[in-house]
Ligand binder design. Structure first.
Ligand SMILES: [Zn+2]
Length: 457
């Protein structure tokens, strides 16, 4: 009952209050997902052409780049011609800063996102209002593929719940509208897991949402404590690759299918499984996904470094942005019949849970986010836990990295791990991915055994 009121009354009222059109856009993308592949590709090509023209005329970085290469937007005759442009790296984004912003927007009117980097590389991205709302509509569409519907209760296994930083208004909004129960993935222990399970029993969620490894950890907890009553309509696993053994346990314990989703903060949703739970549909209404090693034959699956062109954020155009993951484009057609192209595999962004001396666990994703966002001057970061009382931080330092940053690291380590853990900083030139494309940004040498056994020690 409340879900229905929430969906049909409160959400529209709140959108109206904030002048947000995301619910309107949501109706458009609900319809367009069933368009045939050719229609989707034609729409993407039209968007690319608009973007190239816009970038050339209003963005200093692209104006200079096009001039250097000796091309103008009308020279591009097909999507493949985008390969004339070099890839846009995270390093280049940091270097260019405001030169990537379009003069057609006032900076003060844009939405600033500081991304942690779920890959350990902090970045600052600006998004215009249309892009923000359009992307929210696309994300809502894929969220609903899981079986959950807007307005229904959600349980999130996630670090740093945002609403807690927004005072009473945030709490009020969460209670009535967002309806999310959180299990904070910083400082997890048996009692936090038990409280979360009790809360979900009392107020059953329609959706369980979180990082793959955090959801798995909660599934393990429920499994060993024989808690089988938590049965949402769906589960969305995101932020890192979902392994088959994790999916199997979650589906057994929570008695519903897991929807695997892939995104990054810079462009939001990249791809998601639909209700068929096979390959992941690319969010082609917002992005163009290409791989650097694209094969010339479209009937063969191609694997390579993913480069994304954001088709809707005109405030800060990202053209051929190398996100840092390796993906395989699929040639299978999904039984759902949607024309959205598909990805069968994503490699990258693995992270372990780390342990504190008092038996708490911290999600590697949440931990990296904390360090990457709170410490000044970090260009890239990898965290290694060699023993229970040691933490090694491999850091590619930026120009702002100083002795103050080292002090910040010490105090953040103490606040998260307690006074007995010592952190050591090693400055390095680069942190490399495995040749497979896998990138482990948080490695624990001591948490390889199942969490329940580690916690009993
Ligand atoms: Zn499908």
């Amino acid at each position: 009952m409340w879900s229905c009121i929430n969906r049909n009354l409160l959400h529209p009222l709140l959108a109206k209050k904030h002048g947000s059109r995301h619910l309107e856009y949501s109706k458009i993308v609900e319809k367009s997902q069933h368009d045939p592949r050719e229609v989707i590709e034609a729409r993407q090509w039209a968007a690319v052409r608009r973007l190239l023209k816009h970038a050339y005329t209003t963005v200093p970085y692209y104006r200079e780049l096009f001039d250097q290469i000796g091309v103008i937007p009308s020279d591009f005759r097909s999507i493949e011609d985008l390969s004339w442009l070099p890839v846009l790296t995270k390093k280049e984004i940091r270097l260019q800063r405001d030169r990537l912003l379009s003069s057609a927007f006032g900076k003060s009117k844009l939405f600033r996102k500081t991304t942690s980097g779920s890959t350990g590389v902090p970045l600052e991205i600006y998004v215009d209002r249309f892009a923000k709302e359009w992307k929210a509509a696309c994300t809502l569409r894929s969220d609903q593929w899981s079986g959950w519907k807007l307005g229904e209760r959600v349980a999130k296994v996630w670090g740093n719940p945002e609403y807690q930083n927004q005072g009473w208004k945030g709490k009020f909004r969460n209670l009535l509208i967002d309806r999310a129960t959180y299990l904070d993935t910083i400082g997890l222990d048996e009692s936090a897991l038990a409280n979360f399970a009790t809360e979900l029993n009392r107020n059953p969620p329609s959706l369980l949402f979180g990082h793959a490894h955090s959801l798995y950890l909660f599934a393990q907890y429920c499994d060993r404590n024989k808690i089988m009553e938590i049965q949402p309509k769906g589960i969305i696993s995101t932020a890192m690759p979902l392994h088959q053994f994790q999916r199997n346990l979650m589906e057994k314990v929570f008695n519903c299918a897991v929807t695997n989703r892939y995104g990054c903060e810079e462009v939001s949703l990249i791809a998601s499984q639909c209700e068929q739970h096979q390959d992941l549909h690319v969010n082609s209404d917002s992005i163009l996904a290409q791989t650097l090693q694209d094969s010339q034959r479209s009937d063969l699956p191609s694997t390579g470094n993913l480069v994304l062109t954001d088709l809707v954020n005109f405030a800060m155009p990202l053209i051929r942005y190398q996100v840092g993951d390796v993906v395989t484009h699929s040639t299978n057609s999904c039984p759902c019949g949607r024309g959205l192209p598909t990805i069968s595999r994503v490699e990258g962004r693995e992270a372990d849970y780390v342990l504190t001396p008092d038996g708490k666990m911290i999600s590697g994703i949440s931990l990296t986010e904390n360090f990457a966002m709170k410490i000044s001057g970090i260009e890239q970061l990898q965290i290694i836990q060699p023993s229970i009382r040691e933490l090694t931080l491999l850091i590619v330092p930026g120009s702002q990295f100083s002795s103050a940053s080292r002090n910040e690291i010490d105090s953040l380590t103490t606040s998260l791990f307690g006074p007995d853990v010592r952190s050591e900083v090693e400055l390095v030139d680069a942190i490399h991915q495995d040749p497979s494309g896998k990138y482990r940004f948080c490695i624990s040498m001591i948490s390889n055994s199942p969490p329940n056994e580690t916690m009993r020690n």
